[in-house]
Structure formats: structure tokens, C-alpha cells
Write a protein that binds this ligand. Structure first.
Ligand code: ADP
Length: 590
């Protein structure tokens, strides 16, 4: 309790008031007692002088009369009257028999009175058992002190008087103290109220509730403190919002960066990693924290770049192909200061995809030139032969020109397919999605290619359930895919083989369409690549195709949200299957 300012203000205040009241009381009670005593003394002195005058004629004359006088006067003035002879023996006393009284010559007041002065003494009376005041004056006869007239009064009254004063002072002190406590507490409360408010606000601010303002109207030091507090909290708010704004921006930049960013602290441990770093390195940030970079990157070439950067204190960069998953990474390590220590900022770029695209582009160019070279070479050879004279022989010339025509058709088909592929890839082709009957498409494609199948000595059958629901697709594009697959099946199935076109519901959302043959099959190592453009399995090179058909088919099916795949056993046959979305899940029939 005493730790609070309120009490620290109130307690000294009250103590001070109490001390003042007690000091005043003490002084007053002393002062009153002294005044009373001094008044009493002069009063007693006057009465003693009167008694002295009255006693003077009796001394040395009538001792008994003197005692009677003392007794009578004692009764009248309500004080003890004693008349003492110059030798100290008591001649008359208002309260005792003088004969029984001891010699008073050594009493200080008596000694003093006998010397001619007024003797005053206050002491405890053994006879009476309380404080007494004695006032003695000489009894003078013919200029000589012949005795002493003494008056004595008990001081019990004085003490009672003092006690009363003390009592009054004590009551006053108690009332004043109570009032002082109340007033002190009120003052302390009023004074410390703003301080308490400030404390509450500070607590809230400490909890993070920065939107605090205190209203203090006083213009004193506390008012000034409150004002400063308000300014401080406003500044704090401003700074916090500035810092959090900057932090949010930084966090947004870091998490949306395509490049991985890591901060390595002074001990070489990961202190921060962004989303891209998690993705590229395949580890969550929590698992990276406090681990060394080599543990996280799991690649010596990358770790070396960081080591060089830390050793030289200069930016270092380099590339590496990761040992684990064969990805191409570019890394830049820059020395920075983190928490007062020398750390590093690492930026990692994954350019595996660029490398792949680069390879694809290079392969594409080389494939296309390869594909162009064969027909161009035969056209060249045929036209040269014609020029060299074969043109003169009409039947040879006709044959050559027909062959040139075939080559030109091949080139034309390639150009057309390339164009189609590029249009689909770039999204230029608008798909006309509508509910279609797959059974109809299968029937139509089968009908178109049946003559070819017959010529190749192949049996062609179709298996479509009567209840097959409609698919949501672009009919023309699906026809193209199916024609292509069936065309390949005819092309790669030897005489006497079988081809089955079928369709079925696959799961809740799709229809699966398959073209199965009993042909030459595809080597396992080629299966994953036959959907790439220009890719042809070795045996098929003689087939004379462009190698673009499956690539186009894949793009068309993907554009429908479906999948296309091939299963094959070399020498036994292949099955190509693609899926299309059900029309009912997209636009339910009424
Ligand atoms: P192409 O014009 O050469 O047929 P595709 O893209 O249609 O081009 O096919 C790519 C390659 O996939 C073919 O060259 C062939 O090697 C292989 N292939 C496609 N369909 C079959 C199949 N039914 N049986 C065996 N191989 C096939």
C-alpha cells in the first residue's frame, strides 16, 4: 500500500499535521500551566504578605493565638497556612499541630524567605502525598526577619488543568488528523488520478492496443506529462504503422518473388526463407531455420558459392545442376549485416523449365529441319533427274511428277499440322463446346476409315453402350483426335490384326474413349515421349507420318480438360485412351 504515490503523499502530510498539532498542544499545555502557576504564585505571595503582616504582632507574644490565626486563615483562603519562627520551628499551622511538626529551617522556601526574599518551592509532600506549591515571605519586625509566613497549595488542580488541556488538544489532534487523512487522500487521489490513467493506458499500449489517448485538462506537470504521453503514443502509432507497412510490403514482395530468397545469419544458419525458396529447395521454412545452408541445399556447388561469399566478403554467383533431382539452379550470395553480424543474402533461381524449353526449342528446330530435309531431298533428286533428260520420257516424267506431288503434299500436311498445333497451343482456336454423342463420332470415324482398314486386312469393331451419356466437347476436334488415333492403329497394325473403338463412363465426371489395336506396339522407353511433337518411335519412321498427330491430339484433349494416355506391349498391340467431361455435370439435362 505504501508503494502507491497516493499513500506516499498522504502519510507524510498526515504525520506533519499530527506533529504540528502535538507540538502546539504541548506548547499550549505548558504555557497554560506556567501561566496558571505564575498567577497562583503571585496570588499566594500577596496572601502570604497579608498573613505575614497579620502574624507579625503575635510572634514572640502569643504562640497559641498564632496557631489559631493560621487555622482560621487556612479555612478562609482554602490553603495551608504555616507560620514559622526564625529558628525553623513551626508556630502555627492550619492543618497540623505545630508541636508534632519537624523543624522547617532547611526548607528551601523558608531559607529564602529568611534571607528577605520571597521563597517559592514546588515539591512532593510526603505528609500529604502529592505535589505542593509553597510560597514563603518573611515576617519582618523592625527591619529584621523574625519568622516566615508560608502558604501551600496542592498542585493537583494544576495537573488536572494540564490534563484537561492535553485532552482537548488530543481530541483536536484526532479530529484534525482524521480530516487531514481525508483531505490528504483526496488531494493525493486528484493528483494521482491522471497518473493512474497514464499507467492504465501504458499497460494497454504494452499489450499492443496502440490507439490510446488520455484526456487531462490540467496544465500542471501531470497535464504536461499526459500531453507528452499522447504525443509519444501518436508517434509510436505512426512508427508502428510505418514499420508494419514496410514489413507487409517486404513480406508481400518476398512471398511473391519467383526467385528463392534466404538469409543466412552470422553462424551460417538459415534465418529466413521465402515461399519460392521452400518450393525450389523442397523444404518448409520451419525445417530450414537454424540449419546450415549445405543441409538445406544438399548441393556442394551451391554451398561453395556461399562459402566463397563469406570468405571474400563480396558478392558471388554461380550455377549448379542439383545432384538429387537434376534441376538447374542459379545462385547469387551477397554479404549483408543481420542483427549486427555478418550474414548473407542468397537468391536462388530455378531455370530448369527455361532449360527444358530451350531444349524443346532446339529439338523442334532440328526436328523440323530433319522432317523438311527428306521430302525436299527427294523433290530435288526427282527434279534434277527430270532436268537431266528424264523429262523427255513422258511416262517417267509423269511418274516423277506424281512422286514430287506426293512429297509436296507431305510438306503441305506438315505445314498445315504445324499451323494447327501452333494455333491450339497459343489458344487461338475457339472450341465450340456442346453436348455430343460419342457413339455418333465413333461411328462416323469408323465409317470413314473402314475402307483403309479393309485394305490393310484388319477387322474394325466398335463397342459403345447404348446408355452412354453425352460428352461436352467440340465435335470436330474430337473427330480429328479419333481419326488420328484410328489412322495410327491402322498404320501400325500388320495384316490380320484387330482394332476396337470403344467408349465407357469413367468415374462421375468423364467418358473414356479408347482405340485398341493388336499392332507392333511401342517400346517402353518411347511411350512417355510419343505425345511430343515430331517424336516417332524407331520402327515407325518408315510409316511416313509427321510425328505431330499425337501432339495435336494431346493439346486438344487437354483443352477439353481431359487426359490422353497410351498403354502398349511391344509386338502385341497398343491402346490409346482419352477422357472427355460429361455434359450432364456441366449443363444438366432438364
Ligand atoms: P505419326 O504421324 O508419325 O503417326 P503421331 O504423333 O501420330 O505421328 O505418332 C507418333 C509416333 O507414335 C508414331 O510415329 C509411332 O511411332 C507411335 N505410334 C502412334 N500410334 C501407334 C500405334 N497405334 N501403334 C504403335 N505405335 C504408334
Amino acid at each position: 500500500m505504501l508503494h502507491s504515490i497516493r499513500w506516499r503523499i498522504a502519510v507524510p502530510f498526515v504525520l506533519l499535521i499530527l506533529a504540528s498539532i502535538w507540538a502546539l498542544g504541548f506548547y499550549l499545555s505548558n504555557f497554560m500551566a506556567n501561566t496558571y502557576i505564575s498567577n497562583l504564585r503571585s496570588h499566594l505571595t500577596e496572601q502570604a504578605r497579608l498573613i505575614s503582616n497579620m502574624a507579625e504582632p503575635y510572634i514572640n507574644v502569643d504562640t497559641e493565638g498564632l496557631d489559631a490565626l493560621a487555622k482560621e486563615l487556612g479555612q478562609q483562603i482554602d490553603a495551608r497556612v504555616t507560620i514559622i519562627y526564625e529558628d525553623g520551628w513551626v508556630l502555627g499551622d492550619s492543618e497540623s499541630d505545630p508541636a508534632t511538626m519537624e523543624n522547617h529551617a532547611d526548607r528551601p522556601e523558608v531559607v529564602e524567605a529568611l534571607s528577605g526574599a520571597v521563597g517559592v518551592s514546588t515539591r512532593y509532600s510526603l505528609t500529604l502525598g502529592y505535589q505542593m506549591m509553597y510560597v514563603a515571605v518573611p515576617v519582618v519586625s523592625d527591619g529584621a526577619e523574625i519568622g516566615v509566613a508560608r502558604l501551600a497549595l496542592p498542585l493537583t488542580e494544576v495537573n488536572a488543568y494540564s490534563a484537561h488541556i492535553n485532552y482537548v488538544v488530543a481530541i483536536a489532534a484526532a479530529i484534525a488528523s482524521a480530516l487531514a487523512i481525508v483531505v490528504a487522500l483526496l488531494i493525493a487521489k486528484v493528483t494521482t488520478n491522471p497518473v493512474r490513467k497514464l499507467t492504465q493506458m501504458s499497460r494497454r499500449i504494452a499489450k499492443g492496443e496502440l490507439d490510446q489517448r488520455i484526456h487531462v485538462s490540467s496544465r500542471d506537470e501531470i497535464g504536461e506529462l499526459a500531453q507528452t504521453f499522447n504525443q509519444m503514443s501518436a508517434k509510436l502509432r505512426e512508427m508502428v504503422s510505418l514499420i508494419s507497412g514496410t514489413r507487409d510490403k517486404m513480406a508481400a514482395i518476398l512471398s511473391n518473388m519467383a526467385d528463392g530468397a534466404l538469409i543466412i545469419d552470422g553462424q551460417g544458419k538459415v534465418a529466413m526463407a521465402n515461399d519460392a525458396a521452400e518450393r525450389i529447395l523442397g523444404i518448409k521454412e520451419e525445417e530450414m531455420l537454424s540449419r546450415s545452408f549445405i543441409e538445406v541445399a544438399r548441393d556442394h556447388e551451391l554451398a561453395d558459392i556461399l562459402t566463397r561469399c563469406m570468405e571474400t566478403g563480396e558478392q558471388q554467383s554461380g550455377q549448379a545442376e542439383t545432384e538429387l533431382d537434376r534441376r538447374f539452379l542459379r545462385m547469387i550470395a551477397t554479404p549483408i549485416e543481420t542483427d549486427g553480424e555478418a550474414g548473407s543474402l542468397i537468391i536462388i533461381q530455378d531455370f530448369t523449365e527455361q532449360r527444358r524449353l530451350e531444349t524443346v526449342r532446339r529439338d523442334f528446330v532440328s526436328n523440323i529441319s530433319h522432317e523438311l530435309r527428306t521430302p525436299l531431298a527427294s523433290i530435288k533428286a526427282l527434279s534434277e533427274t527430270l532436268c537431266e533428260g528424264a523429262i523427255a520420257d513422258e511416262s517417267v516424267a509423269r511418274d516423277f511428277l506424281e512422286r514430287i506431288n506426293v512429297e509436296v503434299d507431305k510438306l503441305g500436311q506438315m505445314v498445315q499440322e504445324l499451323g494447327q498445333l501452333s494455333r491450339i497451343e497459343s489458344g487461338e482456336v475457339a472450341f465450340n463446346m456442346e453436348p455430343i454423342e460419342i457413339g455418333d463420332v465413333i461411328a462416323w470415324v469408323g465409317q470413314r476409315l473402314r475402307p483403309q482398314a479393309d485394305r490393310a486386312g484388319l477387322s474394325l469393331t466398335m463397342e459403345v453402350p447404348a446408355t452412354l451419356p453425352q460428352a461436352l466437347a467440340d465435335r470436330e476436334q474430337v473427330e480429328y483426335v479419333l481419326l488420328n488415333l484410328l489412322h495410327n492403329a491402322i498404320k501400325f497394325t500388320p495384316h490380320g490384326g484387330q482394332i476396337v473403338l470403344s467408349a465407357r463412363v469413367a468415374g462421375d465426371y468423364a467418358i473414356a474413349v479408347s482405340v485398341a489395336d493388336t499392332g507392333i506396339g511401342i517400346p517402353p522407353e518411347d511411350i512417355s515421349r510419343i505425345f511430343e511433337r515430331f517424336y516417332k518411335a524407331d520402327q515407325a519412321r518408315a510409316g511416313g507420318g509427321t510425328g505431330l498427330g499425337l501432339a495435336i491430339a494431346k493439346h486438344i484433349i487437354h483443352a477439353h480438360g481431359g487426359q490422353i494416355s497410351a498403354q502398349s506391349t511391344e509386338g502385341k498391340g497398343s491402346t490409346f485412351t482419352f477422357t472427355l467431361p460429361l455434359a450432364s455435370t456441366h449443363s444438366p439435362k432438364p
